[in-house]
Write a protein that binds this ligand. Structure first.
Ligand code: FAD
Ligand code: SIN
Length: 528
């Protein structure tokens, strides 16, 4: 049995930031389901929001975040995270992240800041249009020098292990079962503290900007271990993903709209001005819903994003990634509009934590997209996610360090994984079929626009699928695909349950049966 002081599950911005900031006298396991840099962080484009411009203020950033969150943001959390932004950007610079700069009129070098939906100022610090890759690669290269951190790539956590104290009767987290995907062996790993940094859930939808690791594993594990989960109905759909028969999960950054890109119908007519005074820079929920509305109204497969009024040299400097990617699909963004559709992008809800990342299960923390701190409320503002990962990672580190200093919990004996009742699986078709069905049902019935009937239909199908999948899980040897499938069906169920509870429309949750916001009955988080 392996034993650690801290086991961090997930190696994106959240997990790496925790690992890098913890004191080096801790013995740490950093577990990653795929290659270490594979996760949403690597694909982040626009950047990280932080108040860096002297003309901008924390108050303005706080007000914008609260407005986007439609009444559900926790003000104290928003204030803490926003006011820690500059400090975290400075930490990233110390680590070596090469953010884009420009020379000011007075000849000084300063950050180049972009603007995205909902932000009243330019405040998005970025590395061209591949900020996530710059952050992830830098943090990964730093962590490789840390002798106290054992990297375990291609290891998928299956479930948390808990124990109940005989005296206090209190339950706490003491480790996790983890599948070594290469050998097929399941390890029982003991750890005094476990941090879930497993990212989002995009793969529960047919169309998503998320990478394949985003199957909600951390949220599902936490739920099964008895943690509270909140606001699962608030799934953010990014308005502009590339529409092309060969393209999967290609996002076109909102910063394009920040630099003047317009959304057009096939006849070249701009339409966002009819939906919101902020037009293309309205918050994402409004833009995605407007696109969905126009596509359904006119029977379109896509709408168009047009940045062609900018020069090719401007585009190559600011959006080299978007330029190159579109060129690979035969689209010259300097001279023609880009076909786009909305796709599932970000989960505002997740495992309930405080600002220190503490869950309601002692010795279990959650940080990053898997967690629900109260920052985003009913709708996340662009580029506030990486900010949250960085700030909460740093407060979690303080809390974990204090806990491990004072805690008397030493390593406890944990039971090895029991595979005595299962046999080798021989029907992978069941896994792939169920996976496809979940994602299709969620897209069709639990997407941008919902109704009672659609949610009921989705629930009925998930009930059947869940029964089949659980039977499969208890009969066959675990594999990465089976672990993910079992988690996906649970995540789908949690989203549907939360959506059914919220009988109003607010932020990212829009239902034709209750199209109005109802502050009297629903001005609070949906806690499951
Ligand atoms: P991730 O970076 O997703 O990392 C999750 C990690 O957990 C991975 O290492 C994964 O392998 C691991 N993992 C998952 N399950 C298991 C398991 N069972 N066992 C072991 N390991 C596991 N936000 C912004 O603020 N600004 C942006 O510009 C921006 N652009 C985006 C662009 C795209 C295309 C996408 C998809 C998202 C974007 N976001 C952006 C959102 C943001 O990138 C994510 O919310 C953020 O990176 C999440 O970081 P994380 O560390 O929580 O998770
Ligand atoms: C984008 O670049 O459009 C994504 C930004 C985000 O999701 O915060």
């Amino acid at each position: 049995m392996q034993s650690y002081d801290v086991m961090i599950i997930g190696s994106g911005a959240a997990g790496l930031s925790v690992a890098l900031a913890l004191p080096k006298y801790f013995n740490i396991a950093l577990i990653s389901k795929s290659e270490i840099n594979e996760g949403a962080t690597f694909y982040a484009q626009g950047g990280i929001s932080a108040v860096m411009d002297p003309a901008d203020t924390n108050d303005a950033h706080i007000a914008d975040t609260l407005a986007a969150g439609s009444g559900l943001c926790h003000r104290d959390v928003v204030e803490h995270i926003v006011s820690s932004g500059r400090d975290r950007i400075e930490w990233l610079i110390e680590q070596g992240v090469p953010f884009s700069t420009r020379t000011s009129k007075s000849g000084n070098k300063e950050f180049h800041l972009t603007q995205e939906g909902g932000h009243s100022h330019r405040r998005v610090v970025h590395a061209a249009d591949a900020t996530g890759a710059a952050v992830e690669d830098t943090l990964v290269s730093r962590i490789k020098d840390y002798d106290n951190v054992s990297l375990m790539e291609s290891h998928a956590a299956i479930d948390l292990i808990t124990t109940t104290c005989q005296h206090t009767k209190q339950k706490r987290c003491v480790g996790a079962y983890v599948l070594n995907a290469a050998s097929g062996e399941v390890l029982a790993i003991n750890s005094r503290v476990v941090v879930l940094a497993t990212g989002g859930i995009g793969k529960v939808y047919l169309y998503t900007s998320n990478p394949s690791v985003a199957t909600g594993d951390g949220i599902a594990m936490a739920w099964r271990a008895g943690c509270r989960v909140a606001n699962m109905e608030f799934v953010q759909f990014h308005p502009t993903c590339l529409y092309h028969h060969r393209a999967k999960t290609i996002l076109l950054t909102e910063a394009l709209r920040g630099e003047g890109a317009e959304l057009l119908l096939p006849n070249g007519k701009r339409f966002m001005t009819a939906f919101d005074a902020r037009a293309e820079l309205a918050p994402r929920d409004i833009v995605a819903r407007a696109i969905d509305h126009e596509m359904k109204r006119l029977g379109l497969n896509c709408v168009y994003l047009d940045i062609s009024k900018k020069s090719k040299s401007f585009l190559l400097e600011h959006f080299p990634n978007a330029y190159q990617t579109c060129a690979e699909y035969g689209i010259d963004i300097a001279s023609e509009p880009i076909p786009v559709v909305p796709a599932a992008h970000y989960l505002c809800g997740g495992i309930v934590t405080d600002i220190k990342g503490q869950t309601n299960l002692p010795h279990l923390y959650a940080v990053g997209e898997a967690a629900c701190t109260g920052l985003h409320g009913a709708n996340r503002m662009a580029s506030n996610s990486l900010l949250e990962c960085l700030v909460v990672a740093s407060t979690a580190v303080e809390s974990i360090t204090d806990l491990l200093k004072s805690a008397t919990n030493e390593h406890v004996e944990i039971a090895p994984w029991d595979a005595s009742q299962v046999v080798e699986g021989n029907e992978d078709v069941i896994i792939s079929h169920s996976w496809d069905e979940i994602r299709r049902v969620m897209w069709d019935y639990v997407g941008i626009v919902r109704t009672n009937k659609r949610l009921e239909r989705a629930q009925l199908r998930m009930d059947i699928l869940k029964g089949e999948i659980n039977e499969f899980y208890s009969s066959f040897r675990v594999s990465k695909n089976l672990i993910e499938l079992r988690n996906l069906v649970l995540i789908a169920e949690l989203i549907i349950q939360s959506a059914k509870i919220r009988q109003e429309s607010r932020g990212l949750h829009y239902t034709l049966d209750y199209p109005k916001t109802d502050d009297i009955n629903f001005l609070s988080d949906t806690i499951l």
